[in-house]
Design a binder for this molecule. Structure first.
Ligand code: C2E
Ligand code: CA
Ligand code: CA
Ligand code: CA
Length: 276
């Protein structure tokens, strides 16, 4: 039994120990996964809500673990961040996504998620410049998606990092907009090109609730007033899609349009189109 305020023995918790062991073993596996090509990217299309055309894709990493099967990013991105592996992993994701975009041979945009640690460790702008040169990806077609946690550390250093990335000519997206505490302040401070409306807002659309609709409509207007394109995440049905289209939201993503797909199937979807 445990007692509050106790020493080492009192705080020992076998369940926590198991969780730690699991994390450590996953961390070791992840190191090898990078070398053994166990990571793959899936691609989810971003669709122009006015025309139904595929404008580009978002690259989402998956881990094909030899014994655990497909491991979703939320189960290992945190581990990659705390071990510093996110830096080589993030570089690999960038390069692979750019290679694929160039291979498709169309003027698509490719969106890549960038985590805080990746942003703050090392010189992301230099890495991005290298990857663009290596792959021949035009800078203007790459979009880096960052959540508020990146922008939260509102230091001058982070602002200059953002400016450094912008100087390369890449696009920047504010991911999961509306989920943090002070999203609004970032609109003024950071020169972002794209605003991604978080899925939690889209979830509640299309059910005829006037307040939910007003909220999303206001976010779309706000984005436009700040010169940003708006992308709605997590569209799961027709009603949500037509509501967003009616609000003038520029782009949409979600299972209703397409799940994230392996490269080959994403390529096939490019030929076939989505049911927008
Ligand atoms: P995110 O950037 O917000 O990505 C959207 C997530 O929502 C993806 O989950 C996607 O599969 C899922 N999604 C898309 N459409 C729908 C829908 O209609 N309904 C529902 N319920 N979900 C939908 P996924 O692939 O599991 O990724 C989770 C998170 O992991 C991402 O959230 C992103 O923050 C992170 N992540 C994924 N790939 C990378 C990566 O390469 N690098 C970094 N740093 N983070 C990544
Ligand atoms: Ca994202
Ligand atoms: Ca999201
Ligand atoms: Ca998210």
């Amino acid at each position: 039994a445990k007692e509050a305020g106790g020493g080492v023995y009192a705080t020992y918790d076998p369940a926590m120990h198991d969780a730690l062991t699991q994390r450590l073993s996953l961390a070791g596996d992840l190191r090898r996964a990078l070398e053994r090509d166990e990571l793959v990217l899936h691609y989810q299309p971003t669709v122009d809500l006015a025309t139904g055309e595929i404008k580009g894709f978002e690259a989402l990493v998956r881990w094909e673990h030899p014994t655990r099967g497909m491991v979703p990013p939320l189960d290992f991105i945190g581990i990659a961040e705390s071990t510093g592996l996110i830096v080589p992993l993030g570089r690999w994701v960038l390069a692979e996504a750019c290679r694929q975009a160039v291979a498709w041979g169309r003027p698509l945009t490719m969106a890549v998620n960038v985590s805080v640690r990746q942003f703050e460790a090392g010189d992301l702008a230099a890495t991005v410049a290298e990857v663009l040169a290596e792959t021949g990806m035009p800078a203007g077609r790459l979009c880096l998606e960052m959540t508020e946690s990146v922008l939260l550390t509102d230091t001058d250093e982070n602002l200059s990092r953002i400016v450094g990335l912008k100087a390369l000519g890449v696009m920047l997206a504010m991911d999961d907009f509306g989920t943090g505490y002070s999203s609004l302040a970032y609109l003024r401070r950071f020169p972002m090109d794209v605003l991604k409306i978080d899925r939690s807002f889209v979830d509640r659309l299309g059910e005829g609730d006037a307040e939910d609709e007003t909220l999303v409509r206001t976010i779309v207007r706000l984005g436009h007033r700040f010169g940003m394109r708006t992308v709605a995440e997590g569209i799961e049905n027709e009603a949500q899609m037509s509501a967003l289209r009616g609000m003038g939201c520029d782009f949409g993503q979600g299972y209703f349009l397409s799940r994230p797909l392996p490269a080959r199937q994403a390529g096939a979807l490019l030929e076939a189109g989505v049911p927008a």
